[in-house]
Design a protein. Structure first.
Length: 260
């Protein structure tokens, strides 16, 4: 009888532990965000935690590319992720691959590509398409990211401007483990291109401005709930917060434009 009672108590205790663990798990959300939204996210995630009581587990990686921490590669490895925040082209590829249901996509912000130089060096003219073309031809070295903005520059814009052959030998693709601005600040490149929101936080560089009309590519950064996510209710609460008017001031401050 005593053995039976002891076994019963142990089972009750185990059940209680499992219930507590399940409750704790339900009060968290796992997120991976790409660079364009990173600065805004770092400021907004703690606000969400305080307001909701939901613990946010954060990781960072590019929207696309070959680095191990890029969002598509994380998903291929089966990492437990509830929410991803990334550039539209990267998300569209994941929708086609069956990693995300299009109904669980929520557009958050618009992002512009900018050009920067190391602080203290002359700021080239990029006020028009022709001026940008001259700047690209005159630069000794050009840097761009391995994610959405860099793909656009290297595969679309340089060809459109007719400078691809001249720019290619002096170009450097900056892998996602660092920002284009970091390479600029070290003096590895003369001019660098990336989302303005990714350039803005980097010390030691000066943003010349956004690409001019006719060369600019507006990128939509979206949040999505991953297929198979375990914390879907918490995920949707986070996305609602990130797209709310309360988040808009920080979104704007970090160089992005809210969708609403």
């Amino acid at each position: 009888m005593m053995k039976t009672m002891r076994a019963f108590k142990i089972n009750v205790l185990l059940a209680a532990v499992l219930l507590v663990a399940a409750a704790a798990s339900a009060q968290e959300v796992r997120v991976v965000t790409s660079g364009g939204f990173t600065e805004a996210y770092k400021q907004l995630a703690p606000q969400f935690e305080r307001a909701s009581g939901i613990h946010v587990i954060s990781a960072f990686g590019a929207s696309m590319g070959a680095t191990p921490d890029a969002i598509p590669n994380r998903l291929k490895r089966g990492e437990p992720i509830d929410v991803i925040i990334l550039a539209g082209p990267g998300l569209e590829a994941l929708i086609k691959a069956g990693r995300v249901d299009a109904r669980n996509r929520f557009d958050l912000v618009r992002s512009l590509i900018g050009m920067a130089v190391r602080t203290g060096t002359p700021k080239p003219d990029i006020s028009t398409v022709d001026a940008l073309k001259r700047t690209l031809l005159q630069a000794k070295s050009v840097g761009y990211s391995d994610s959405a903005s860099g793909v656009y520059l290297s595969t679309v814009l340089f060809q459109r401007l007719g400078v691809a052959e001249q720019v290619r030998p002096k170009s450097k693709k900056i892998e996602a483990y660092e920002r284009v601005g970091d390479a600029l600040a070290r003096g590895d490149i003369d001019i660098g291109f990336q989302q303005i929101s990714e350039l803005r936080p980097v010390p030691g560089i000066t943003i010349v401005g956004p690409l001019p009309e006719g060369a600019q590519e507006v990128t939509i950064f979206s949040a999505a709930i991953v297929n198979g996510a375990k914390n879907t209710v918490e995920a949707r609460k986070l996305i609602d917060f990130l797209s709310s008017p309360a988040a808009a001031p920080i979104v704007k401050q970090t160089g992005l434009e809210p969708m609403k």
